[in-house]
Design a protein around this ligand. Structure first.
Ligand code: PMV
Length: 313
């Protein structure tokens, strides 16, 4: 039996995080320079039904049978075989690696799930279609997020820009003109589950105010989609700035994120905001490509732990 691999890119949310959990639209794009990979190969001599998982970056080297239900890697494998109604697959080893920074808002958890589901289903000769892959990865996301909107697994599975509304059919769309983003890491690991939970607690205390903030975010997202589709990329900077103001009002930003946003703007970025759950993780800045070096230097001097330049297209 031959070997099979699966992979999936990282992602950033351009507009609409948090509000998307409450039914507003959001826009996310894949980041193709970073990816998660899973590689499945037969274990010829093992008795049937043995699945061995190796994920050296998280120190995992064990049989699936030893892993609890709530382990995300194990859940991705189990969900795949349960979907395929396969009780005992031929024994195999699945090796997982990723270049996506963890707990940074770049979708590492969802990308690992998608890579595993693709490799495991292909290994048994039933590669799952993208809709199914995304749906299974969403089930695993619940372990990471509690109440995920589904945006991460969607953009990562389809590897295209998505306009996402929770519970609605997936809408991918095209950019009229590419644009350049810098993704700067605050170095502060942040749990999306906690950030999402805190926003929910605050929403429960003052629903009117929070619903207003979420609607204002929704309007920004609609304007951003129009601008992206018309190639009016210069309009995106101010929209990112406005989205960041609203994210701050929700309590999703942090001192480190605010500092990187400020420095990005002072160094010439057209707009900047946190991306993902916030409180830490990454900030994104929209820049003119020729300004990349200057803005990167400013961000590193201001304490960014890493800066990735990406061309979104
Ligand atoms: O932290 P990330 O990149 O996984 O993004 C979370 C996005 C939220 O809108 C905050 C939550 C969600 O499930 O959509």
């Amino acid at each position: 039996m031959p070997s099979f691999s699966g992979s999936a890119p990282g992602k950033v949310i351009l507009f609409g995080e948090h509000a998307v959990v409450y039914g507003q639209p959001a826009i996310a794009v894949p980041i193709l320079q970073v990816s998660a990979k899973a590689f499945a190969r037969p274990l010829i001599k093992a008795p049937s039904g043995i699945i061995h998982i190796e994920a050296p970056q998280v120190g995992m080297d064990t049989d699936l049978a030893n892993l609890p239900e709530d382990n995300p890697l194990a859940k991705a494998v189990r969900a795949t075989f349960s979907e395929l109604n396969i009780d005992k697959p031929p024994s195999f080893l699945i090796k997982i690696s990723s270049t996506i920074p963890v707990a940074a808002g770049l979708g590492s958890g969802a990308a690992v799930s998608v890579a595993i589901i693709r490799a495991a289903s292909a290994f048994v000769g039933h590669p799952l279609p993208d809709e199914k892959v995304s749906a299974l990865a969403f089930e695993v996301e619940k372990l990471h997020h509690g109440t995920p909107s589904g945006i991460d697994n969607t953009v990562i599975t389809f590897a295209k820009p998505v306009f996402f509304i929770k519970g609605k059919p997936i809408e991918t769309f095209k950019l009229a003109k590419p644009f350049t983003l810098l993704i700067a890491d605050t170095g502060v690991a942040s749990s999306t589950r906690i950030a999402v939970g805190d926003v929910r607690t605050a929403w429960e205390k003052d629903k009117d105010r929070y619903n207003q903030i979420f609607s204002a975010v929704g309007e920004i997202v609609q304007l951003a989609r129009k601008a992206i589709e018309k190639g009016e990329n210069e309009k995106l900077g101010p929209l990112m700035d406005q989205n960041q103001v609203l994210l701050k009002q929700m309590g999703a930003s942090s001192t480190e994120l605010d500092q990187l946003v400020k420095v990005a703007k002072e160094s010439g970025a057209w707009g900047a905001k946190l991306s993902g759950g916030g409180r830490g993780g990454n900030m994104i800045a929209l820049i003119e490509d020729s300004h990349a070096e200057k803005v990167t230097a400013g961000l590193l001097a201001a304490g960014a732990k890493a800066v990735i330049k990406t061309i979104v297209q």
